[in-house]
Design a binder for this molecule. Structure first.
Ligand code: FRU
Length: 487
């Protein structure tokens, strides 16, 4: 595996011709996705600035052009009219000022009557590599032209250098704007710090640290925080780092949420109970970002990076890595976030397959499985003799569902654990499974739990077998994301 020098990772992209050969090399890969947003070249990590503006959905991602490595980050732009079909729109934020000289890091978007405003962390480093993060703003007009404004504010000296990922929120009640930032206290505790202003363009000042009773010592850094209003609840979504959680193997980076109530006067988020809910029970999900649903204020749409920090993937050898999850509609049911695939995804359904007459599993498809009770075992990507593959097992005695990818030929991130379980107290009755060329997303019981996982099947791993009382419907899915070279 290639070892990257700092110079290689932080090389500035000066012309698209510099990465054209990389694109030509990877476009033929068997693992390029058909309906998931993926890196145009190099590495994709967090989704950023997910928003509807003037009838168009915008979704940006953290992008390092040079290979499967974290280095100089750009905001790469994709657009969609329906949240299903996506087009590449080229680089939007270049790290080209002193404030973001070592990366335009993650952030969020604010739609206004005129332009779209993007808020991000300028990852500045001095020559001796000391980091000084800035909160920056870029204005994007309808012709795709960007104006970089001077930074809104710099680093807060009462916290460590880990201050990033601004989420802008407008509070209709008091007419104020807030920016929430993921941070680390000087005694190495993860937290959020909050800035306030009457105008999103200027006048920002530090309002205080977010109090979250019961979560004062929960990981050493909180990345990508946000507070969303969903089904009458406030939801604090964040990524606590360097902490292990029961049932999450050796993984130390998590993405989860607390349901509760946000008091903007005292800057306190009161969780309804002490439960930190994991957002996704699969192996690869991080840095989720939500877009408000303008038609229904009780709902939001979530998308996440289908990947993890400090992890490597089989396509690293092909010089690219990373894709996003499908957008999911969020609601609250039984005191939990429910994540459902968008209805409009059904438009991608093509040929209906007869699963009675063949056990071949297409590489791009959707399966809907109605479970009639009792134990169930689903083998995806099994070999011809039905051995190996990814297994999804439901144990009716234990009322628990387990995903296990340890029997795949290409194994990776083994240290994080290869099997994850989730209790299903009410049993298993429904599954919707979305398979793309290198990922699987499983929606359990109408969105009650989701498992998102990257997977890199070899040619011989192409069978599906199901043991248990269930009926299966399966469709091939059309391509929905263009893999075009637009820089
Ligand atoms: C999360 C993260 C963010 C940061 C970005 C850099 O994966 O580390 O905190 O802004 O990635 O790409």
């Amino acid at each position: 595996m290639k070892t990257w020098t700092k110079e290689e990772r932080y090389r500035v992209l000066t012309s698209e011709q510099e990465i054209r050969p990389l694109y030509d090399e990877i476009r033929g890969s068997d693992y390029r996705q058909h309906y998931h947003i993926q890196s145009v070249t190099g590495l994709l990590n967090d989704p950023n600035g997910f928003v509807l503006h003037n009838g168009l959905w915008h979704l940006f991602y953290q992008w390092c052009p040079w290979g499967a490595v974290h280095g100089l980050k750009y905001w790469y732009h994709t657009v969609s009219c329906d949240l299903v079909h996506w087009k590449n729109a080229g680089v939007c934020i270049h790290p080209d000022t002193v404030y973001d000289n070592k990366g335009a890091y993650s952030g969020s978007a604010l739609p206004t009557d005129e332009n779209l405003f993007l808020f991000y962390t300028g990852n500045h480093r001095d020559d001796d590599w000391t980091r000084k993060p800035y909160t920056c703003m870029v204005e994007l007009d309808k012709n795709g032209k960007t104006i970089k404004h001077p930074p809104l504010f710099g680093m807060n000296g009462n916290y460590t250098e880990h201050q990033r990922d601004p989420k802008i929120i407008y509070n209709e009640q008091n007419g104020k704007y807030y920016i929430i930032i993921g941070a680390q206290t000087k005694d190495k505790k993860g937290c959020c710090i909050i800035y306030i202003s009457d105008s999103y363009k200027e006048g920002w000042h530090f309002a205080g640290q977010l109090h979250v009773p019961g979560f004062e010592d929960f990981g050493d850094m909180w990345e990508c925080p946000s507070i969303e209003r969903i089904s009458g609840y406030d939801v604090l979504i964040f990524c606590p780092q360097h902490i292990t959680l029961p049932g999450r193997g050796g993984n130390i980076h998590h993405n989860g949420y607390l349901l509760g109530h946000m008091d903007w006067e005292t800057l306190t988020f009161y969780p309804d109970n002490t439960k930190f809910h994991v957002l996704d029970f699969g192996f690869d999900s991080y840095a989720a970002e939500c877009a408000a649903n303008p038609n229904d204020k009780n709902k939001a749409t979530l998308v996440a990076w289908m990947g993890l920090p400090d992890a490597s993937y089989p396509t690293d050898e092909e010089n690219w890595s990373g894709c996003l999850t499908l957008p999911r509609e969020l609601r609250v049911r039984d005191h939990r976030l429910i994540q459902q695939p968008l209805d409009r995804l059904r438009a991608l359904r093509g040929n209906k397959l007869n699963t009675e007459s063949t056990d071949l599993l297409p590489r791009v498809c959707e399966a809907e499985i109605i479970c009639r009770g009792g134990d169930l075992r689903i083998h995806m990507f099994a070999k011809e003799d039905h051995s190996g593959g990814l297994t999804l097992t439901y144990d009716d005695n234990k009322k628990e569902i387990t995903i296990d990818r340890s029997k795949m030929v290409k194994r990776f991130n083994i240290q994080n654990g290869e099997s994850h379980s989730r209790p299903l107290p009410k049993g298993l009755f429904h599954l919707r499974i979305f398979i793309d060329r290198s990922s699987v997303e499983i929606f359990v019981n109408d969105g009650d739990a989701v498992f998102s996982t990257r997977l890199f099947p070899t040619e011989s791993e192409n069978r599906l077998c199901i043991d248990g009382d269930a009926s299966v419907h399966m469709w091939e899915l059309d391509r929905a994301v263009e893999d075009s070279f637009i820089i």
